[in-house]
Design a protein around this ligand. Structure first.
Ligand code: R5P
Length: 294
């Protein structure tokens, strides 16, 4: 029987007590196999356990998104500035130089477009092809509360099983339907379900109230998704707050590639994520880089 009382709001998250990480620098990853930890150590910097992932996978359901019309011209020059690149296999094979040193986080779900119900996804990459492309992780959308919730959760658990077979970690991406609440209570539910069912990393959205309860109650690393384009200071502030409140990094797209100066923006995000630079200082850094370029 479901027990709504068992998930009521409470003060038992111990947000100020970080989870211990015996055996490995990343939360919840100490018991994983060597290959799995090695791949995670390519994505997350072992010095601070943080990552700046650049997300450019938007085309898998919405086509040539603003800023991604020409990945060869707009994104390839940015790649060397990220810690990991999240994208589809089509863009990887067609457009990203194979000499790229950045680890690849490959989108492994798809099937629905913006013209239809987005939660109606299937697995979209064969594990053997992921291995051929030397990916460091696989990413999959999970639609908790969505119309095809069970299918998306099953896609994830199937991918986790395949990933475990070959030592490839899975990042679950919590997807939010148009009319669903985006609050800490929802994201705690979604992130925890993903981790309980085997995800090695969870990507989720920032919420201003209670984000630290989401990170505290998720036993694997959380990376923050960027969301729609914001003014640069707001995006830097959101990234700063997420890191201070327990995120292990960011996986941002539009707030980087839709910026007036994407290289400056990703460099400023790096300062916030890896050096705890305050948002106002990071904005000045961004402006200085932009002025130099001009
Ligand atoms: C969804 O389109 C993808 O999973 C994106 O990777 C994700 O939304 C992050 O990109 P953005 O920062 O633009 O939201």
């Amino acid at each position: 029987m479901p027990d709504p009382e068992a998930v009521k709001e409470g003060k038992r998250f111990y947000e100020d007590v970080p989870m211990k990480t015996p055996g490995f620098f990343l939360k919840g990853s100490g018991a994983l196999d060597w290959g799995m930890r090695n791949r995670l150590a390519r994505i997350f910097n072992p010095k601070d356990a943080h990552t700046v992932m650049l997300a450019i996978d938007h085309g898998y359901f919405q086509g040539p998104t603003t800023g991604l019309e020409r990945v060869d011209l707009n994104i390839v020059p940015l790649v060397s500035h990220c810690d990991a690149l999240m994208l589809t296999r089509g863009i990887l094979r067609s457009t990203i130089p194979p000499a790229c040193a950045q680890p690849i986080v490959m989108r492994a779900s798809g099937g629905a477009s913006i013209l239809k119900e987005l939660s109606n996804e299937e697995l979209a990459v064969d594990i053997e092809d992921a291995i051929r492309m030397n990916v460091s992780a696989l990413a999959i959308q999970v639609f908790i509360g969505g119309e095809f919730e069970t299918r998306s959760v099953h896609n994830m658990t199937r991918l986790v099983d395949l990933g475990l077979r070959y030592g490839i970690p899975v990042m679950a991406v919590t997807a939010v339907g148009k009319d669903m609440a985006r609050d800490a209570k929802y994201f705690r539910l979604a992130c925890r379900i993903c981790a309980e069912l085997g995800a090695h990393v969870v990507k989720t959205y920032y919420v201003p109230q209670g984000f630290d309860t989401i990170t505290a109650s998720c036993p694997v690393p959380i990376v923050m998704a960027g969301g729609k384009k914001l003014p640069e200071l707001d995006a830097l502030t959101m990234a700063y707050n997420a890191i201070q409140e327990g995120a292990a990094g960011v996986d941002m797209g539009r707030n980087i590639f839709q910026s007036d100066f994407p290289v400056g923006m990703i460099k400023a995000i790096r300062k916030v994520v890896h050096e705890n630079m305050k948002p106002a200082e990071a904005l000045e850094y961004y402006k200085t880089l932009k002025a130099k370029k001009a």
